[in-house]
Ligand binder design. Structure first.
Ligand code: C2E
Ligand code: MG
Ligand code: MG
Ligand code: MG
Length: 277
């Protein structure tokens, strides 16, 4: 991180940059073949109704344990994979894995929608709708049990292509969610024409809420806007009972966060959320 204060020396700055570059390189080299070695897996974090705690969906989150580097988080390896193009293969693996999981739950009599993060390169790739369709077909999953999450900043990179892709995916019958909303500077007009089903409110938004009346007012208007566009809102990163309470009071129905449940390995997820009588 070269943007901290006290980094006035050019030498230090260069050293920082080259360390960063070396780390990125190591990550990309290790990531190559990680899929084949079975070093990646998915955790699932519940998306629930805030009031009753009903399970609605599960967000699939990629986890990677490298023998050489140890645990590397998706915030680090996804951007590297995006830069090297590895994301196409990785993203397709995640998608297939999650869709198969939802199909398995469905066969077991549980209706759980899976929500899959899609990176910009993957999403804007011309055959993404076909890849998605192939994944659904292979698993025999009804399309409405799949939700795709695209970040707001990815959308803003290429609104035109995004609109085209959204239309194709909508036609398939999958749900579309705008992830990290509130961080990517999308305009209301853009939001309106893109026609997402769900708006995921970034946790930065949620964390700033308590004791900030202007934020509260802003959130209230976002909720109203979403309602008028027939979108659902999911609040991300809820860590306290107070945040949950406040979100309910502001008219937010759905949420996700450590206060409700952490991302879980499949057996833990099933034990906690699917095996209840
Ligand atoms: P995201 O899609 O916004 O996912 C939510 C992130 O917030 C996850 O981090 C989750 O573990 C974390 N989180 C959930 N509740 C809380 C909370 O109450 N407090 C805090 N502090 N954090 C919470 P994670 O798993 O580290 O993933 C980070 C990001 O990496 C994701 O952000 C997503 O953008 C990306 N990502 C993860 N898996 C994939 C994937 O399979 N494909 C792609 N393209 N991106 C992925
Ligand atoms: Mg997400
Ligand atoms: Mg998010
Ligand atoms: Mg995020």
């Amino acid at each position: 991180r070269a943007k901290g204060s006290g980094r006035s020396s050019v030498g230090l700055f260069d050293l920082d940059l080259s360390r960063q570059r070396a780390r990125r390189h190591a990550v990309s080299v290790e990531l190559r073949g990680a899929l084949d070695r079975g070093a990646l897996h998915l955790q699932y974090q519940p998306i629930q109704t805030l009031r009753e705690g009903h399970l609605l969906a599960a967000e699939a989150l990629a986890r990677w344990h490298s023998p050489l580097l140890g645990r590397v988080g998706p915030d680090e390896f996804i951007p590297v994979a995006e830069e090297t193009g590895q994301i196409l293969q990785l993203g397709e693996w995640v998608l297939n894995q999650a869709v198969q999981q939802a199909a398995a739950w469905r066969r077991a009599g549980r209706r759980v929608q899976v929500s899959v993060n899609v990176s910009p390169l993957q999403f804007l790739h011309s055959d993404f709708a076909q890849v998605t369709r192939a994944a659904l077909d292979a698993a025999g999953l009804p399309p409405d049990l799949l939700q795709l999450e695209i970040t707001e900043s990815a959308v803003m990179r290429d609104v035109h292509r995004t609109r085209h892709q959204c239309e194709q995916l909508r036609a398939l019958g999958v749900q579309l969610a705008l992830d990290d909303f509130g961080t990517g500077h999308s305009s209301l007009a853009t939001l309106h024409t893109l026609d997402f089903h769900v708006l995921k409110l970034d946790r930065a938004f949620v964390w700033g809420l308590e004791g900030d009346p202007r934020r509260e007012a802003l959130l209230r208007s976002v909720v109203t806007l979403a309602q008028s566009l027939s979108m659902d809102i999911v609040a991300e990163g809820i860590e306290t009972a107070a945040q949950r309470r406040l979100l309910i009071d502001l008219g937010c129905r759905l949420g996700q966060g450590y206060h409700l449940a952490r991302p879980l390995d499949v057996p833990d997820f099933e034990r906690t959320f699917l095996n209840r009588a």
